[in-house]
Design a protein around this ligand. Structure first.
Ligand SMILES: O=C(O)CCC(=O)C(=O)O
Length: 289
């Protein structure tokens, strides 16, 4: 499927998390080969397929950025248990996020997860840094978000492989992006492009004529910033009760400790609470109040 690769992005095994983190911090993005098994990629794809079929391509008025021929489905935890088991709780992804984000927060949570299925005829997306969503915080010059784009199917240049500008995460977040330095990152199904919120990137143009680029995006964000997707509203209480505690917490059904524990007081702080009850105690008084 993929031909000669002209990019120079590191391609590493999910079993060597320290090497992945090292490449991520150095280059801003890294490919983790086989981060999902092929079986898991097929399962996730199959479970979300009916939702993708029902969804119109495009996204509100902002067609240029989100793509008039791109299908984006969110609320994935309520649509696919395979998504929860193999992507949200992916042990490699969480180990990377622990290493990168816990330096700056007590907890992180999911900012957004969505399909990004780029159909033929969609132009390349403008290059951008995701951290622009949190521009005040981006000025701090710390890592706010770890994201991954999982290849569920074809991910070559003709279908719109993601363009990245390696090293751009080291520049201030509002530095103009040099498109001449962008390179497409081709992947095999099951591979993931893991990248920092400061990396300039964008979906590629789909010039294939007859193939769809099927990617699944997930972003993990420091717990003191507001997620991009209103995640907790898409996970009903009945479902939240059945999920593993870690999944519940990542989806906003748990209290957050915003700060790194630098003192006893900060360690005790509890954000995202209701009437001082613990949101993560599903046997407690929070539900059905
Ligand atoms: O589809 C891609 O490869 C990147 C998508 C992206 O960066 C976005 O939609 O913000």
């Amino acid at each position: 499927m993929t031909g000669d690769r002209s990019d120079n992005i590191e391609r590493l095994s999910p079993n060597d998390v320290p090497a992945v983190v090292n490449a991520l911090l150095r280059d801003g993005g890294v490919v983790v080969r086989g981060m999902l098994t092929l079986g898991a990629a097929h399962q996730v794809r199959a479970e979300i397929a009916p939702h993708v079929e029902r969804r119109e391509p495009g996204f509100g008025d902002d067609q240029g950025f989100y793509g008039p021929h791109t299908v984006r489905v969110q609320g994935l935890a309520a649509k696919s248990l395979a998504f929860v088991d193999t992507i949200l709780l992916n042990p490699t992804l969480l180990a990377i996020a622990d290493a990168v984000l816990l330096e700056h927060c007590g907890h992180y949570w999911m900012s957004q997860a969505e399909t990004i299925y780029i159909r033929p005829g969609n132009d390349a997306q403008p290059l951008h840094r995701d951290d622009v969503n949190w521009s005040y915080a981006a000025r701090l010059g710390i890592n706010l978000q770890v994201s991954a784009l999982f290849a569920l199917g074809d991910y070559d240049t003709a279908v719109g492989a993601t363009n990245v500008v390696l090293g751009s995460h080291l520049e201030p977040y509002d530095t103009p992006i040099d498109a001449m330095r962008a390179q497409p990152v081709e992947m095999e199904p099951g591979d993931a492009l893991v990248y920092l919120g400061g990396l300039a990137h964008g979906g590629g143009a789909n010039t294939s004529g007859d193939r769809v680029r099927e990617a699944l995006y997930i972003g993990l964000l420091v717990g003191w910033l507001t997620p991009e997707e209103a995640v907790v509203h898409s996970v009903p209480e009945a479902l939240a009760r059945t999920l593993p505690a870690r999944a519940r917490a990542l989806l906003g059904w748990a209290n957050l400790r915003g700060n790194v524990a630098t003192s006893g007081v900060e360690a005790a702080t509890q954000l995202w609470q209701l009437d001082r009850d613990r949101l993560d105690d599903y046997r407690g008084t929070f539900f059905h109040r």
